[in-house]
Ligand binder design. Sequence first.
Ligand code: 13P
Ligand code: SF4
Length: 303
Amino acid sequence: MDLADKILKLKKEKKAIILAHNYQRSEIQELADYVGDSIELSRKAIEEIDAEMIVFCAVDFMAESAAILNPKKKVLLPCLGARCPMAQMLTVDEIHRAKAKYPGAPVVLYVNTLASCKAECDICCTSANVVEVIDSLDSDTILFGPDKNLAEYVSEKTGKKLIPIPENGFCPTHLLFQPEDVKVLKMQHQDANVMVHPECSREMRQVADFIGSTSKMCRFAKESRAQDFVVGTEEGILNRLRKENPSKNFYLAYEGAICPNMKLTTLDRLYASLKEEKNVVKVPESIAKKARVSLERMFNVKS
Ligand code: 13P
Ligand code: SF4
């Protein structure tokens, strides 16, 4: 029996469900019960009431959200070192300082944050619902963190003033994309549609035909009449794009766009974590209680 079969057997015996982010290695995506973007995975984690445990193949903040939303369920992160560097860029102290400087301004945090920070905000958002979340607030001045690019993008879309906390939070993987690389690909594939994630720079967003979350990109690629696509997000998504659209062509806008943390989940680590039920993600209830409110408010916004 190969490792993938062993994992599937164990998963059945333990009544576990495997959720995988769109950036996971293809072999992980292939055996997952569900592959999606961060909001879809959070929703799945809530819906899966029959599962006895959730194996979350992604990075820390996504598994933490699942644990916050399902306090009674065991949530495993196959590699505890899989941490999103952008989420580490914001601290609770920084939020307190910003609140003191802009009293009364609501605080909106991208889900790519630590649970302790989510506990300090008014509402969370993902890249799939950020515009709707910002529009749902009465205020025109909003504290937003930790991604400065996402803040800029939403500000352009909504006309509201978003004050970034910290001043310059970013995703190291998405900042690797350069419009010059897109230009070269467009010379080779003139009719290609360019899809980029809103974590990319303004210059990248300016050359895009479509800007959206990873799953929204998958939907766009399916619905578009284009045959060729230049993709401005992490390389793992190519697996899903190619599988769902076998007759279309996808070109990564920069070959080195790999999130090393997302790739820490391997079949070996997934097997070990499931077998020994190790790497359980726990969020202290004092923090989880407040962070849950911020996440639930996000789910209540129509998008
Ligand atoms: P999505 O919610 O679009 O999947 O993005 C998560 C992420 O970490 C992007 O880098
Ligand atoms: Fe974090 Fe960027 Fe990796 Fe997404 S791609 S998990 S934002 S480092």
